[in-house]
Design a protein around this ligand. Structure first.
Ligand SMILES: NC(=O)c1ccc[n+]([C@@H]2O[C@H](COP(=O)([O-])OP(=O)(O)OC[C@H]3O[C@@H](n4cnc5c(N)ncnc54)[C@H](OP(=O)(O)O)[C@@H]3O)[C@@H](O)[C@H]2O)c1
Length: 298
């Protein structure tokens, strides 16, 4: 199967490309900087600048991952605009591509994030939970709505509301591990906020699962069945790295340093992968200690 991937050069995309190749598929990656992207991808991957550059290949599936990094720096008005436009723009390109192809791709698997739900305190959050209205929700809602427009071209659309993706070499662990290794790790605020997480292998596994299962569509929570609080996460990461993790970052300091973006660090949702489990997806990593031990052993 030819699979077009926007943002395929990123942390999830790189692992996805390798897994697709291993399974005998052909990844076609869209990147703003194809030469640079090629350096981080297996040689079999074809990389071009625009979605429309792959019209002649007739991809059978699209995986939409591109977007400006969300957890970096303050959310100034310019940053918020970039967060929205980078996602809506390329999603629109993918959807328009579907509408212009004589044989449109059968499926679009499109990224969204746990931020869809906004702050949910400690209640269980499934795909049915009413979101809390805030910037992250508005961003994800618009992103998802744009992707779902592909349904009018007869494309099956599956949305992944992604939790914190864990593995070595990128994502949140690339930022936190150096701090923890110095013994400077600690909980954020009071540590009671939930952090739904997922090992990168399971993240990629879910994408393949949704590409293959033509009975599945709509929104799916993409996180492990056992979410943890920030305090639990901090303790487990300290334990996996064999370092103390007792230096808390006070909520006020994070608010002053990051403004509105600090909500990503100080609030959360106890997101559960209800629809994935119902559909029979088998997790390789259900528990955080198991995932972290595997990551730091390798
Ligand atoms: N990793 C996580 O923990 C996590 C959690 C929740 C949601 N997500 C979402 O899942 C998607 C993939 O995650 P990831 O961790 O693989 O992301 P990533 O490593 O940041 O990669 C995303 C890719 O998007 C492209 N991109 C970046 N800024 C862009 C911009 N301004 N305009 C257009 N394209 C841009 C880049 O590709 P080029 O430079 O090659 O163009 C980049 O490789 C993202 O949309 C992210 O928001 C990730």
């Amino acid at each position: 199967m030819k699979v077009l991937i926007t943002g395929g050069s990123g942390f999830i995309g790189q692992a996805l490309c390798q897994r697709l190749i291993d399974a005998g598929h052909q990844p076609l990656v869209v990147s703003r900087a194809p030469d640079k992207a090629k350096k981080g991808l297996p040689a079999e991957v074809v990389v071009r600048e625009q979605v429309s550059d792959f019209a002649a290949e007739g991809p059978e599936a699209i995986v939409n991952l591109a977007g400006e990094p969300i957890a970096e720096g303050r959310w100034t008005e310019a940053k918020k605009k970039a967060l929205i436009e980078s996602r809506i723009g390329i999603t629109r390109d993918a959807v328009d591509f579907c509408s212009t192809q004589e044989r449109p791709p059968a499926v679009l698997v499109s990224a969204s994030a746990m931020g869809y739900y906004g702050d949910q305190g400690s209640r269980d959050v499934t795909e049915q939970t009413t979101p809390h209205d805030e910037f992250a929700h508005q961003l994800c809602k618009r992103w998802e709505e744009e992707a779902r427009r592909a349904e009018s071209s007869g494309v099956r659309v599956a949305i992944l509301r992604i939790g914190l993706v864990l593995d070595a070499g990128g994502g949140m662990l690339a930022k936190t591990t150096p701090v923890f290794k110095l013994g400077l790790g600690g909980k954020l605020g009071d540590g009671s906020q939930y952090m739904p997480w997922i090992h990168r292998n399971d993240m990629v596994g879910m994408i393949l699962f949704l590409l293959e299962r033509d009975d599945l569509s709509g929104a799916f929570n993409a996180s492990a069945p056992n979410p943890v609080t920030n305090a639990d996460f901090t303790r487990e990461l300290g334990r996996a790295l064999k370092r103390p993790a007792v230096l808390p970052a006070p909520a006020l300091a994070l608010k002053l340093a990051f403004g509105e973006m600090s909500r990503l660090l100080l609030t959360g949702a106890k997101m559960l992968p209800a629809r994935m489990e119902q559909a029979g997806f088998e997790f390789e990593y259900r528990d955080l200690d198991q995932a972290l031990n595997a990551i730091f052993r390798s």
